[in-house]
Unconditional design. Structure first.
Length: 377
């Protein structure tokens, strides 16, 4: 079984937006955009699949590489698949809310997910909960797209390397199957960060005003702003190279301890002279930034939030699967929280209007326990 998962290139090319290359992992077919080379994180992912197959076989999980659903990179979706995803998100924005009695600003079903984040920050962003709670949060959003809006696919992620020039990337180029373009031209000082100079500001890079292109150009944000650090900072796609494949690879391979991984992920503590002080979590958010994308509380109000956090979930999964015996149930912040790992596993994650409460122990393994059975390809 393990050897059967070796990467094989098929000779056939498919028509479409661009030529696509068919790649096969055992009986798992993965269709990829032919214009993008596999970066070092993609290659690491390919090399990790045999480890995953071995682990699944060892544990006897009914979720396997062959039957797990596939979450794909945005550029590996066909044009029709991108359009279907966008239509499902727009559908959520038209459905009635479930949270309005407690959050009057919630005007639609999409707002329920924003309200969950705004009111659930202490749970979602507790050190012990951050990774697993956001894994569950993304899954709940994906489920709503599928069950409430008829979406046939699964939550896509963004490969940071492919979108280092955001304005020209298929994710941010402003066409009908993107998440939108740069904002209208406006002057602003940049994004203020809580770090010493010169790292306290991510400089402006054009745009700055309201987004006028793409399927969400007429979107009205009804919850927020709530964050004070980023007050009046508008949305702005920025090419800064901070969320590149090299940094992602380093995060996975150079930080075997879960607390070290967590701290590097968040860019804490600040290390003077570090060329990459903000961490991948912040770097991905501030590709767009602005309101609501740069608002700590209301950031899910920007539809690109889900692409970014799916990408982070992918990196955490790859980190876990380098040593699943020791990493799958490793929880950060145990020492500082004065908890045992066993106690932390029992911590309940309540997503309120979007999903039923579940324990952390149910949420750490995306292939080994309910409700998950998915992979990133």
């Amino acid at each position: 079984m393990r050897s059967a998962l070796a990467l094989v290139l098929a000779a056939s090319l498919l028509g479409g937006e661009a030529s696509s290359i068919k790649k096969r992992f055992s009986t798992l077919d993965v269709w990829r955009h032919g214009d993008y080379e596999r970066d070092i994180v993609d290659q690491l992912s390919d090399e990790t699949f045999p480890k995953i197959a071995e682990w699944v076989e060892k544990t006897g999980s009914t979720c396997t590489l062959e039957n797990a659903v596939q979450r794909k990179e945005w550029t590996d979706l066909t044009i029709d698949e991108r359009a279907d995803y966008i239509q499902a998100v727009q559908c959520l924005m038209k459905l009635p809310p479930k949270s309005q009695d407690q959050v009057p600003g919630s005007l639609n079903r999409y707002d329920d997910f924003v309200a969950t984040h705004v009111t659930g920050i202490p749970v979602l962003h507790a050190p012990t909960n951050l990774f697993a709670s956001h894994r569950y949060y993304i899954w709940a959003y994906e489920l709503a797209l599928r069950e409430e809006c008829g979406y046939k696919g699964y939550q896509p992620y963004m490969n940071y390397e492919r979108h280092q020039d955001p304005i020209t990337s298929p994710l941010f180029n402003g066409n009908a199957t993107s998440m939108g373009g740069n904002g209208a031209a406006a002057e602003y000082p940049g994004v203020v960060m809580p770090y010493p100079r010169p790292y306290n500001v991510i400089p402006a890079a054009g745009g700055g005003g309201c987004v006028t292109e793409g399927p969400f150009s007429d979107m009205v944000v009804s919850i927020g702003p709530l964050g004070t650090v980023l007050r009046d900072i508008p949305r702005n796609p920025r090419a800064d190279g901070l969320a590149s494949a090299n940094h992602s690879y380093s995060l996975i391979m150079d930080y075997p301890d879960v607390d070290a991984f967590y701290n590097r992920y968040l860019g804490q503590p600040f290390l003077r002279g570090d060329e990459f002080p903000w961490g991948l979590h912040s770097a991905g958010h501030y590709i767009t930034g602005g309101d609501p994308g740069g608002d700590f509380y209301a950031s899910p109000g920007d539809p690109t939030f889900w692409m970014h956090h799916a990408a982070l979930d992918r990196l955490w999964w790859l980190w876990q699967m380098q040593d699943p015996e020791n990493r799958l149930q490793a929880i950060p912040g145990i020492t500082s929280s004065r908890m045992t790992n066993e106690d932390a596993q029992k911590t309940m994650v309540d997503l309120k209007w979007t999903a039923e409460p579940r324990s952390l122990g149910d949420l750490n393994d995306q292939m080994g326990s309910a409700p998950f059975c998915y992979i990133y390809v």
